[in-house]
Every structure is written in structure tokens, then in C-alpha cells.
Design a protein around this ligand. Structure first.
Ligand SMILES: [Zn+2]
Length: 246
């Protein structure tokens, strides 16, 4: 089981390099004892970066997956075996864009639920240049979209702190409706959760993703467009200040 170093706290999401030992080496992927690389999942894209061997060879990490174990996809012919020591470095610009985008998603999802009569988040995709949230049930008018952007950007400017805390199901459910946090979709066997808290319970949501320390760091949120997805679901696409034309 690979230890996921970015899970420990919000501060841990800001670390850029780490040491690790290879646990299993295959021609095109490596399993490590610990990692800072975020694997594709929970709607968030993977980190890219490099793994440097003790001999100074630098392997590019092109993809990180977690269908079962966390696999760092590298080019073949790396020549590594279990036990090899590596120094990993993540691509910080991409990671930081994902952090800003993911905290923005929690903020927009929480506000949409409150503004639009319990519209719940039924899907999301976090990318480094533009991201999307699927909400249901909702039918946006231009006025609703400008209200949503205005309310979210007011919370960005209000510089709310963001924390990763461990809570029980009962504690989360006492503070937020289960359909707002999607707690009703989590297996009942999961009792302790890593929860991302924005401000003074402005938003609370179980999440294993990477996030910024303060809403101010998100920057201006710009809603780009909406798209009907059928059965009362509408998709909101957004970008952030400085990321849109990447
Ligand atoms: Zn999340």
C-alpha cells in the first residue's frame, strides 16, 4: 500500500519533492512505498513530474493511476528493481492549478446547493485549464449563473481558510445535508473521513484531493458556459484567473 503523502494536511499538498523506495518495478510502471503524485481519481486529474535514480537518471512520470495500487507510469527500459531509491518531483504548475480548481469546485458546489434549492453535485472533472461540475436538478438562467459567480467570488475575496480534518460520518451529517456532501453515496463501512472544510463550515465535503490553504489563492472564478446533460442535469464549465488560456 503506497502512503499518499499529500493526504496528511493542506500543507502537505504544497510539498514538491519526496524520497521513495521502489516496491515493484514493471516495464512501464513503478509502485513506490510513498508518493506525492496524485493518481487520477475523485474527478481530479493526475500529477506529472519526474523520478530521479541514485545514478542520476531522470524518468518522466507521464500518468499516475489508482485502479488498485498507485502506478507511476514511466518509459520502459528504466532498469530499476524493487528496493531502488528514488527522488520524486511533481510538476508544480500543474499541481497548483489542480489545487485551485478543486477548492473552487467545492466552493461552487456548496454555493449552488444553497442558492438553487438543493441542486446537488452529481459529477465533476478537475483539469489544469478548465473544469466542470454537473448539478441536478437545476435549469440555469443567465441571472442564476451571474449570481453563482458573484457569490463564489465574494468568498474568494473574503479569504476563507481551508483545512483538511478527520471527522466521523455523524459529525459531518450533523453539519451538512447528506445530499450536499454526497455522504449518502459513501459505503456505510467508511466511518472516519478526510473532510475538506472551507471557512467556518461554509462548506464541508469528504475528499481525497489536493486543495489550497485559503480561498483567496483560488483567484477570480469565471463561468465559461453551461450545457444540458438531460434529466435535469446541467454542466457548468469554469476557469480561473491566469489558467484559462493555457
Ligand atoms: Zn473534492
Amino acid at each position: 500500500m503506497t502512503r499518499l503523502l499529500y493526504m496528511d494536511s493542506i500543507d502537505a499538498c504544497y510539498a514538491r519533492s519526496f524520497e521513495a523506495t521502489v516496491q515493484e518495478a514493471r516495464p512501464d510502471w513503478l509502485l513506490l512505498d510513498q508518493t506525492l503524485f496524485y493518481p487520477l481519481g475523485g474527478g481530479q486529474n493526475w500529477d506529472t513530474g519526474t523520478l530521479e535514480t541514485e545514478d542520476g537518471a531522470v524518468l518522466a512520470v507521464s500518468e499516475v493511476t489508482k485502479r488498485g495500487p498507485v502506478k507511476h507510469v514511466v518509459g520502459a527500459d528504466h532498469g530499476l528493481e524493487a528496493g531502488a531509491r528514488l527522488r520524486g518531483t511533481i510538476d508544480w504548475d500543474r499541481r497548483h492549478a489542480h489545487m485551485r480548481m478543486h477548492t473552487a469546485q467545492h466552493l461552487v458546489s456548496g454555493i449552488a446547493y444553497e442558492l438553487f434549492g438543493g441542486a446537488r453535485t452529481v459529477g465533476n472533472q478537475i483539469h489544469h485549464d478548465r473544469s466542470r461540475i454537473d448539478l441536478n436538478p437545476v435549469r440555469f438562467t443567465p441571472e442564476m449563473l451571474s449570481d453563482l459567480a458573484a457569490a463564489a467570488n465574494a468568498e474568494v475575496r473574503a479569504a476563507r481558510p481551508v483545512e483538511a480534518v478527520t471527522m466521523t460520518r455523524g459529525e459531518v451529517n450533523a453539519l451538512m445535508p447528506e445530499d450536499r456532501t454526497n455522504m449518502d453515496l459513501l459505503p456505510k463501512s467508511v466511518q472516519e473521513l478526510r473532510v475538506i472544510r472551507i471557512g467556518d463550515d461554509l462548506d464541508l465535503c469528504p475528499c481525497a484531493g489536493t486543495h489550497v490553504r485559503n480561498t483567496r489563492e483560488i483567484g477570480e472564478i469565471e463561468i465559461l458556459r453551461t450545457k444540458g446533460k438531460g434529466k435535469g442535469t446541467q454542466r457548468v464549465e469554469y476557469t480561473l484567473d491566469g489558467l484559462g488560456d493555457a
